[in-house]
Design a protein around this ligand. Sequence first.
Ligand code: SAH
Length: 352
Amino acid sequence: MKQDIKSLTLDELGSELKAFGEPAFRAKQVFTWLHRGARSFDEMTNLSKPLRQSLAERFEITVPEVVRKQISAQDGTIKYLWRLRDGNCVETVLMRYHHGNTVCISSEVGCAMSCAFCASTIGGLVRRLTASEMLDEVLFTQLDSGLEISNIVLMGIGEPLDNYDTVLRFLTLVNSPEGMNIGMRHISLSTCGIVPRILELAQSKLQLTLSVSLHAPDDETRSRIMPVNRRWHVDELLDACKRYFELTGRRISFEYAMIRDVNDSPETAQLLLQKLKGMQAHVNLIPLNNVEESPLKPSSRQTVLRFQQILESGGVTCTVRRTLGSDIDASCGQLRRKYQKAEEDTKHTAVS
Ligand code: SAH
């Protein structure tokens, strides 16, 4: 098996090249080629032919293949379904805001977290992505679309803190001045609430934005819709969030999907308010996206606005997320799921 060269940091690449007897500046040259999207060592024309050959013998360069590309007629959102080298597929969404182009990337193929409202988790976790596969989502979305990417959100398929070390490696790569050079303050990471990893991330003091998918302020409801809550309860999670703020000085953003008759009553809003009291927090209300396989339904617009108003009047800043790309199944896991189902249908047709 050849080694995945694009998952290496600049320092690691330096050590590898040293072993080939190459000077330190070579690492920078190779790194720059890779992070500009080179597909083969032959493209690296400032390296000698024998070096290119030795590199090709030892390393491979990952390049995902576009399986589907959908462009929203409403707002220009672009959704990619990529096929990875082992045949698995993941999604990336490019959203166009006035503050810059934002790419929403996946961190795993599938997800083990089993949230009741989420399409990504339906088939469970298949495998975790490598750092180069996450980088490729950003890089090849930029190259294919021709749109410069300034922001990244880790809010696609998967639980980034379940793939912790690799996600941190990806962050180092994408933040690298010799690579895509995307600043930590332009990166958000969303988690369902894996408490020990939140505390570990706090220690790293990275200046990224942490989003926590809260979705309910009480254990009974949250455990019902998010099994992860059975392991780490709401209060434990919120304590970790407080600690995160103390250590990093970064305000946490709480995601809250509004689900009809589940977590959207005025009493629930009051309880949420109480739980967030004294915290530097921001709440992002997301009208639930319908998932075919789930009986859960979105709250009405009026219910969302009433919920927002209760939080705001209690002093918690609260926004309602604008939905982009709803005409192209742009939310979490939906396109991969549809693609899987179509493949399954084809197989069944072939068998019967
Ligand atoms: N695993 C991470 C990141 C991926 S999901 C996490 O849980 O945060 C990104 C966000 O979309 C999360 O807040 C998730 O709860 C939310 N989400 C998933 N399915 C949704 C749906 N059907 N409607 C609205 N939001 C959804």
